[in-house]
Design a protein around this ligand. Structure first.
Ligand code: NDP
Length: 321
């Protein structure tokens, strides 16, 4: 048995498992008949964790059962399922996988945006269901002349904006602060951004701070030609308010990669003709998921070899124990 023990609460890819097993003793919690008993017997020896959102919330209760835990390496740039404050309070470092997925998520966002505006899935269904001979597909809305508001102009938001620059549309953004080197119009609130644009792309982190950042008031400000694209987290949008806004014509359409209670998508949303849905696939290509997995491995190896994780999200940046 290799001396350093790592816990994987939920399945990650075979590549990640193989790379970790090469270097560490890896415990697969989801395969344990009695996970509770396993933690009782082995928790004290666990020094690292390879986590993902599949594992559900990771926080104080689990940390308490892993007193030697030094690092949680999260698979994903969003770490809203990891309690970073509780980790920091125990001196546990948390890492994520930023950068390696920006272009992939931005590509998907543009695909979802175009699919929603030009009703591409609906047009596909028109052909498949044999309705074309009986009549042309109805004219769609357009991207022409629209202003796109980016809610969260971070790494992925900027990759989305770079693509949109080539589409000849106006871009505006909102974040908690104006960015000095960014030339797009800044709006100090989500509502002001929605007022100024007619396509709103949400790409902020999830978690309590951004919960329902897009609410009924923001949707009303987006207006009757308004289109919401959510590639952030389901929690960022008040889903009940969104359904109501679509049903009443307060906004026109929505393209959604994320939902409040994944993998459950309410039938009320699916029944709406202007809604395009995806099963949370923003980063889900073979190439990018492999790069994310490698970064999980690199963070664990770097921490235990050098005490300097590659992409930490919290202090301390240097190993202290
Ligand atoms: P970054 O940290 O680079 O950017 C986040 C942006 O959000 C920043 O511009 C920040 O600006 C803004 N922001 C943060 N908090 C708030 C707030 N409370 N109100 C308004 N704006 C806020 O992150 P990434 O671009 O790398 O990733 C963003 C998110 O995208 C991830 O956290 C994840 O949830 C989601 N994602 C979704 C994927 C999918 O599959 N659909 C795949 C990958 C990521 P400021 O600091 O000025 O407020």
């Amino acid at each position: 048995m290799k001396s350093c023990q790592i816990l994987m609460p939920a399945l990650l890819s075979p590549g990640v498992i193989a790379a970790l097993e090469d270097r560490f003793t890896l415990h697969r919690l989801w395969e344990q008949v009695d996970p509770d008993r396993f933690l009782q017997d082995h928790g004290a020896a666990i020094r690292g964790m390879a986590a993902s959102s599949r594992a559900g919330q990771i926080g104080g209760e689990l940390y308490d059962r892993l007193p030697a835990l030094e690092i949680v390496a999260n698979f994903g740039v969003g770490y809203d399922t990891v309690d970073v404050d509780a980790a920091a309070a125990r001196g546990i470092i948390v890492t994520n996988t930023p950068g390696v997925l920006d272009e992939e998520v931005a590509d998907l966002t543009l695909g979802l945006l175009l699919a929603t505006v030009r009703r591409i899935p609906q047009a596909d269904r028109h052909v498949r269901e044999g309705r074309w001979p009986a009549g042309s597909f109805p004219l769609s809305p357009t991207l022409r002349g629209r202003t796109i508001g980016i809610l969260g102009l971070g790494s992925i938001g900027k990759a989305i904006a770079r693509r949109l620059d080539g589409f000849g549309v106006k871009i505006a953004y909102h974040g908690r602060s104006r960015q000095a080197l960014v030339g797009y119009d800044y709006h100090p609130t989500p509502e002001a951004l929605a007022e100024a644009c007619d396509v709103l792309v949400a790409i902020v982190p999830g978690g309590t701070e951004t919960r329902h950042l897009v609410d009924a008031a923001v949707l009303a400000a987006l207006g009757p030609q308004g289109i919401l694209i959510n590639v952030a987290r389901g929690s960022v949008v008040d889903q009940a308010a969104l359904v109501a806004a679509l049903q009443s014509g307060t906004i026109l359409a929505a393209g959604l990669d994320v939902f409040e209670d994944e993998p459950h998508v309410p039938q009320t949303l699916l029944d709406l003709p202007g809604v395009v849905v995806l099963p949370h696939v923003g980063s889900a290509s073979t190439h990018t998921r492999a790069a994310m997995g490698q970064l999980v491995v690199d963070n664990l190896v770097a921490w235990f070899d050098t005490g300097r994780p590659v992409t930490p999200v919290n202090a301390p940046p240097v190993r202290t124990r």
